[in-house]
Design a protein around this ligand. Structure first.
Ligand SMILES: *[C@@H]1O[C@H](CO)[C@@H](O)[C@H](O)[C@H]1NC(C)=O
Ligand SMILES: *[C@@H]1O[C@H](CO)[C@@H](O)[C@H](O)[C@H]1NC(C)=O
Ligand SMILES: *[C@@H]1O[C@H](CO)[C@@H](O)[C@H](O)[C@H]1NC(C)=O
Ligand SMILES: *[C@@H]1O[C@H](CO)[C@@H](O)[C@H](O)[C@H]1NC(C)=O
Ligand SMILES: *[C@@H]1O[C@H](CO)[C@@H](O)[C@H](O)[C@H]1NC(C)=O
Length: 342
């Protein structure tokens, strides 16, 4: 091969590959253009009952205006049942009286969503719901539409650290429904033998208004984020709002340490399971309260992480539209009861 011919081949190769590259790129560009030029049809979501009977306004494009989620239309008008893409049923309102609703005909492509933010013990009569639902929506990470009470996001916040010595209460707890058989009740009864615990809420006849809740807890060095039951991924506003938003260090009862590690900010909590006895837990709390460095270490995460809470049912409903494109087109929860209790 002469060097001229070699150079010719090289040139040919370069021009051919760049030609290929650009035609590929062009194809991508035109595809993208087509995609954005045709507006996607709205996904229509019907909420069958408002959870616990408290309704919110749905007029206008709420998902877009409130949460910047487009193509998502919400309604609570049950006449839309024959046209909605998705129908959402909140578990608590699905009593016996509603069973006729559940056995009505539905369009073949419509998805029915089972929604509950409660742990399994509070979801009664699940067996009658087997084989009716296509999707699940709950705080669980493995739900089709996961809607946690809160989550950890990257990027610090500006919480100013309040030293333990500047707080007037060692341990605080807000409880409205105290049940002696619950694990948390046993831990509380035993822990209070060693250290003072300030109890607020309906049970102790010291209810706190929404306005007073966080400022009251902010006076406490620790807060008992004790879930009413220990269930997979069940971490409620008792952690996200009551402890983290108030700036008290949470002492937790709930799912395993591994679950808290996966979901809560790093180094942000004290897990009851880590102690052999409540005496040991009490001694540890007293130690941390006296040791400024130890206490401050539970606030390190504020430099790198923030927590975000979710409370509005509309935001949860809008999440269906975010998840919808990646959900299975067809699915049935034949044994919803086992799924919930797993
Ligand atoms: C989608 O729904 C919103 C509110 O429900 C509405 O304002 C908007 O016009 C709808 N868009 C389409 C493409 O139908
Ligand atoms: C709203 O969402 C769009 C597309 O997802 C994004 O480009 C835009 O930055 C978002 N706007 C705000 C204010 O977050
Ligand atoms: C519900 O929708 C039906 C049919 O579109 C309509 O006639 C009715 O006025 C609506 N009800 C409410 C409360 O908006
Ligand atoms: C404790 O409170 C005092 C008086 O309000 C304040 O000056 C001080 O900065 C506080 N210290 C810390 C570490 O929060
Ligand atoms: C939803 O579940 C129902 C009841 O089992 C079933 O008949 C229907 O085919 C399912 N629909 C989809 C879209 O998966």
């Amino acid at each position: 091969m002469t060097s001229g011919f070699r150079a010719f081949l090289l040139l040919l190769f370069i021009s051919l590959s760049s030609l290929l590259y650009y035609s590929n790129l062009n194809e991508k560009l035109t595809l993208q253009k087509c995609h954005t030029a045709v507006p996607r049809r709205n996904l229509s979501i019907l909420l069958w009952h408002w959870p616990f009977g408290r309704s919110y306004r749905l007029d206008g494009d709420k998902c877009l205006k409130m949460y910047n989620i487009s193509g998502c239309s919400l309604t609570d008008n049950t006449s839309a049942v024959s046209t909605a893409d998705v129908v959402v049923f909140h578990h608590q309102e699905l009593g016996e009286a509603q069973s006729s609703v559940l056995h009505q005909d539905r369009p073949a492509s419509q998805h029915w969503v089972w929604l509950s933010m409660e742990p399994p013990v509070n979801n009664a009569n699940l067996a009658q719901l087997n084989g009716l639902f296509n999707l699940t929506m709950s705080y669980r990470r493995d739900a089709d539409i996961p809607v946690p009470y809160g989550k950890t996001v990257l990027g610090g916040d500006e919480l100013s650290f309040k030293a333990a010595s500047n707080r007037s209460c060692l341990v605080g707890w807000v409880v409205s429904k105290y049940r002696p058989h619950q694990a948390r009740a046993g831990v509380y009864q035993s822990l209070k033998e060693y250290i003072p615990i300030e109890v607020y809420g309906k049970w102790n006849k010291k209810p706190l208004s929404n306005k007073k809740l966080l400022p009251t807890i902010a006076n406490c060095i620790f807060y008992l984020s004790f879930e009413n039951s220990e269930a997979k991924d069940y971490i409620s506003e008792k952690l996200w709002r009551n402890a983290f938003q108030a700036g008290a260090v949470p002492v937790v009862i709930g799912p395993s340490r591994a679950t808290y590690e996966a979901l809560a900010p790093p180094g942000s909590f004290i897990h009851v399971d880590d102690f052999k006895s409540t005496a040991e837990l009490a001694a540890y709390l007293k130690h941390v309260a006296r040791d400024r460095q130890a206490y401050e270490s539970y606030f390190q995460w504020h430099h790198t992480h923030r927590v975000r809470t979710y409370t509005d049912w509309r935001e949860r409903l809008c999440q269906i539209c975010v998840r919808y494109p990646s959900l299975p087109a067809s699915r049935v929860y034949r044994d919803l009861e086992s799924w919930v209790n797993s």
